[in-house]
Design a protein around this ligand. Structure first.
Ligand code: FAD
Length: 570
């Protein structure tokens, strides 16, 4: 028997996640006087936020001569891009706050690219009526997160890195803290808090062919599900049109924003058939489907890809604005985009669905908050526009931190739940470590990845999805009794892999169930058996809640208070 855990760490506010959302929230909570800690399963600078390439949207209006941009225009583009499933109060709040959020990062030290007059440069992005994406070459996330990390260190915010959060502690209908595994030592630790934020990022790695970091395994959604908190709109999974063929490394939308064109095997700029006005800069769901159609109907290159041609941009522009993209193409495909097109195919990229929360980032469980890619607030609805996710992390990260600080002032600690949970989690981990492994976790994970990509991919049908759900359920059952047979306490990566697989398989089920139930096509969710949007039946958010081992599916209204429904044309 391991020794009983009797110690508990205390923080008014605990932020799970060291990405942009988590760091921005921690700074806000700290600024509002709360004692805050950040817990992250990797060093904060290894969070997926660091990989963001193309930029962040704000109606700064720096492109004079292109017309007048405004937060309302930004919000309208976002609502239309979402296929009218975004909540318009959340969208308005985000777009109104965007210029402030970007200028704040600039004042804190983020080095943005500049236009000829020294203002923050803005480039065109998909689905946007104006060039409103602010960028730092093609390394925007890198620059933003370094700024926030430096600020967090400067503010003396305590950061627990390489801690894997295992579960949330609850007592009296409130979240009271959490239990985490210290990956380095193998010790289980209890954390007591008055408010806790899920800023755990997306769940892209449930799918094969994903642009996401390996750590994006949906742990936050799994934590919420286990705690009885609903997940919202999980069927909406974004497939990015352009990932490097064979490796799935993202080739940023900035490449098309700067003028790159897509061509099929006969050299045709095929987007004219799918979005005759916006062409390559139609929203991602539309471009991804167009590319997949070209490939499926035999107009792709041999092997199944199409070409992204940047040659017209010329050496100077590529070197200045897309240096990272050029490097990726050279290192991973042996192609220099200055002289040859890049082979691309669509790949999983972003999780529109997530932990259901209100416009103040509060979830259905008192004391528990959600923000960033882990959450569904919902600003992206059925399809996210490029550049809006980095924005969401900053705007809602800040709001979550402020609200946590405010709510914590009126709450008190209760250590009992976290301590009891720590002891039961310690036993659970011991069991996983000592059970002999009959099926390798990696094999289970591969099967889940393949199933989700083929059966819940760009084009979906009832038949395929039902088959996929049966496989995913079976895998989730196997996950429950998983064992790794590696008894090591320190840095037991097999154990982490097993815990992540449990989370991924448990989050896969709500994706499958929500997708099967939505008998229409909207945004990223495209059903060849129901190819039309059906506002009468499905202008609704899907909620999945797990209680006593059973999943319940319910629907909730979408808030449309400003921009009326339209057919989406580009
Ligand atoms: C390649 C790529 C490029 C992108 N480019 C852009 C772009 O140009 N513009 C744009 O708007 N969006 C872009 N996005 C999307 C955007 O980067 C992300 O949505 C956003 O950065 C997510 O930030 P986050 O803080 O919510 O989560 P993340 O940055 O993913 O951070 C999640 C954090 O949670 C922690 N965590 C997770 N589980 C646990 C656990 N169990 N225990 C402890 N800690 C845990 C992790 O350690 C990590 O610190 C891109 C995404 C990708 C994949």
């Amino acid at each position: 028997m391991p020794a009983a855990i009797t110690d508990t760490r205390h923080h008014d506010a605990i932020v799970i996640g060291g990405g942009l959302t988590g760091l921005r929230a921690a700074l806000a909570a700290n600024g509002a006087g709360a004692d805050v800690a950040v817990i992250s399963k990797v060093h904060p600078l290894r969070s997926h936020s660091v990989a963001a390439q193309g930029g962040i949207n704000a109606s700064l209006n720096n492109n004079k001569g292109e017309g007048e941009d405004s937060w309302e225009a930004h919000a309208y583009d976002t609502v239309k891009g979402s296929d009218y499933l975004a909540d318009q109060d959340a969208v308005s709040f985000m777009c109104q706050d965007a210029p402030r959020a970007v200028l704040e990062m600039e004042s804190w030290g983020t080095t943005f690219s500049r236009d000829d007059e020294g203002r923050i440069a803005q480039r065109p992005f998909g689905g946007a009526g104006f060039p409103r994406t602010c960028y730092a070459a093609d390394r925007t996330g890198h620059n933003l997160i370094h700024t926030l990390y430096e600020k967090a260190v400067q503010a003396g915010i305590e950061i627990f890195e390489e801690r894997f959060v295992l579960s949330l502690a609850m007592e009296g209908g409130r979240c009271r803290g959490l239990v985490a595994l210290d990956i380095a030592s193998g010790e289980v630790e209890a954390f007591s808090s008055k408010s806790t934020l899920l800023a755990t990022g997306g769940y892209g790695r449930i799918f094969s062919r994903s642009t996401n970091a390996y750590i994006n395994t949906g742990d936050g959604a799994a934590l919420a599900l286990k705690a009885g908190v609903p997940l919202r709109d999980m069927e909406f999974v974004q497939f990015h049109p352009t990932t490097l063929f064979g490796t799935s490394i993202l080739i940023s939308e900035a490449a098309r924003g700067e003028g790159g064109v897509l061509t099929n095997a006969v050299g045709e700029r095929f987007m004219s058939r799918y979005a005759s006005k916006a062409m390559e800069l139609a929203p991602r769901d539309i471009v991804a489907r167009a590319i997949q159609r070209e490939i499926d109907e035999g107009r792709g290159q041999e092997g199944g890809y199409i070409n992204l041609d940047l040659r017209e941009l010329g050496r100077e522009k590529i070197m200045e604005r897309l240096p990272g993209i050029r490097q990726i193409a050279m290192d991973f495909a042996g192609i220099d985009p200055i002289s040859a097109p890049i082979p691309v195919q669509p790949g999983q990229h972003y999780s529109m669905g997530g932990v259901a929360c209100d416009v103040n980032c509060r979830t259905a469980l008192a004391g528990l908050y959600a923000a960033g890619e882990a959450a569904c607030v919902s600003v992206h609805g059925a399809n996210r526009l490029g550049g809006n996710s980095l924005l969401e992390t900053l705007v809602f990260g800040k709001l979550a931190g402020e609200n946590m600080a405010m709510d914590s002032a009126a709450a008190s600690f209760d250590d009992g739940a976290a301590k009891a949970l720590a002891n039961s989690e310690q036993l659970r981990l011991k069991e996983i470590r000592s059970t002999q492994n009959r099926t390798q976790t990696s094999k289970l994970r591969e099967e889940l990845n393949r199933t989700m990509f083929t059966d819940f991919g760009i084009f979906r049908t009832a038949l395929r999805m039902k088959g996929g759900l049966a496989i995913a359920s079976n895998l989730a059952n196997k996950g429950e009794s998983i064992g790794v047979g590696d008894k090591a306490k320190e840095y037991n990566q097999a154990l982490i892999g097993a815990l992540e697989f449990q989370n991924m398989s448990c989050v896969a089920l709500p994706i499958c169930m929500s997708a099967i139930a939505r008998e229409e096509s909207r945004g990223s969710h495209y059903r060849t058996d129901y190819p039309k949007r059906d506002d009468l039946r499905f202008l609704k958010h899907t909620h999945i809640t797990k209680r006593a081992g059973e999943h319940a599916l319910t629907y909730a209204d979408v808030l449309l208070d400003r921009w009326p429904l339209e057919e989406r044309r580009y």
